[in-house]
Design a protein around this ligand. Structure first.
Ligand code: 13P
Ligand code: 13P
Ligand code: MG
Ligand code: MG
Length: 365
């Protein structure tokens, strides 16, 4: 039997700016999912990362199921009412369309889903990041699935040694999605050429070449393509199946020790290090630093084990200290040069208006 794992995630309001959802908001989302779960879901978990609430659901309705998406939309819609009643900031921020039309993709919420026949043991990782965008996962996925310096399994395991297939999306292609499939290791330089440009090319999924099984899926929405204006960053989610023919859990976690610089932070407009944090952490310094959580589960017949909080381990305290130091160092140069995103990625129109006015005051010499 094929089980579908779905993450559907939205920012529908938070306390004190863009920090974290309130208890009442979490409870209201929880209540709606609980009410409609019976007969529809096998299992479900609700958590938040910064101001984003993620529903992790298992079911047998397949990827892109209208009933499952409707359940999520209703939970977020009712949650928005609670957020409004509490005066939370950005209530309903990620619900960009008024009426549900069968699929939340393209309506604001981030979606990552995959269907597969469970292995005898089915360990997987659920990642959620806030104050950044899907390109934040390009480097960790490249390292975990294509670089033996990070993943010794690529040379130690015959199955991993057959390599992985990357499906990469051009997120600036306009109305219709454009994707390319590239295989590692043969096309490593082509993969690297695309993935370095994290605002344009984003890993959508990764597949084992030994078994053709799906290993990973990332949400690839771009909110400003949907809304036509800035409505928050596209805080991404990702599922990665691990062990056996896939990289080990530790090989998938290891790249996050770099606390690499990603687009995001304050007003979605800066370069800031990605800090691995425990589940249900709020956002703080400079609306960041961009944060990522990772929860490990084992699953049997669609039922979850209890969650294991991967970045709660003391090892990550050291990484967090380094991420904080990198964040402060970058902030020392304010809006200059590399600290702020290039014009094409700035999320505010104020700067364009200012430049337009100044353009008229330039004199030919
Ligand atoms: P075990 O021998 O504990 O199963 O570990 C195997 C492994 O994949 C470690 O990375
Ligand atoms: P969110 O996308 O997480 O709501 O953040 C918006 C923002 O601009 C924070 O400064
Ligand atoms: Mg927000
Ligand atoms: Mg957010």
């Amino acid at each position: 039997m094929e089980i579908t794992l779905s993450i559907i995630k939205a920012d529908i309001g938070s306390i004190g700016g863009h920090l974290a959802p309130s208890q009442a908001l979490m409870e209201s989302v929880h209540k709606t999912v609980a009410e409609s779960a019976s007969g529809l879901l096998i299992d479900w978990q609700i958590s938040h990362t910064g101001d984003d609430i993620a529903l992790l659901l298992t079911h047998t309705h397949g990827v892109g199921s209208a009933t499952i998406h409707a359940l999520a939309w209703e939970a977020f819609r009712r949650g928005t009412e609670t957020a409004k009643a509490q005066g939370l900031y950005g209530a309903g921020q990620d619900l960009l369309k008024d009426a549900f039309s069968g699929n939340v993709r393209g309506m604001g919420p981030a979606v990552a889903e995959m269907s597969f026949v469970e292995r005898k043991a089915e360990p997987f990782l659920f990642f959620a990041a806030d104050k950044t965008d899907p390109g934040a996962f390009n480097l960790p996925l490249y390292l975990a699935f294509a670089d033996p310096m990070n993943t010794p399994g690529l040379i130690l395991s015959p199955a991993l040694g057959k390599g992985f297939r990357f499906v990469i999306m051009d997120v600036a292609a306009g109305e219709r999605d454009k994707v390319i499939e590239l295989v590692a290791p043969e096309e490593l330089y082509d993969i690297a050429t695309l993935l370095r440009d994290t605002e344009r090319y984003v890993v959508e999924s990764v597949w084992s070449r030994a078994t053709d099984e799906q290993a990973a899926v990332v949400s690839t929405s771009r909110l400003h393509n949907i809304a036509g204006k800035y409505t928050g960053k596209d805080d991404p989610v990702m599922l990665v199946r691990v062990q056996m023919d896939f990289p080990a859990t530790g090989e998938v976690l290891a790249p996050f020790a770099a606390a690499h610089f990603v687009a995001g932070g304050m007003r979605g407009s800066h370069q800031m290090p990605l800090m691995p944090v425990p589940r249900n952490s709020p956002t703080s310094y400079f609306d960041g630093p961009p944060l990522v959580t990772c929860t490990a589960y084992s699953m049997h017949a669609g039922k979850f084990s209890e969650p294991q909080d991967c970045f709660a381990h003391p090892f990550w305290d050291h990484v967090r200290d380094q991420a904080a130091a990198k964040a402060i160092e970058m902030r020392r140069q304010g809006f200059f040069g590399a600290a702020m995103l290039p014009m094409s990625e700035l999320e505010y129109t104020g700067i364009t208006q200012r430049l337009a006015v100044l353009a008229g005051r330039f004199q030919q010499r």
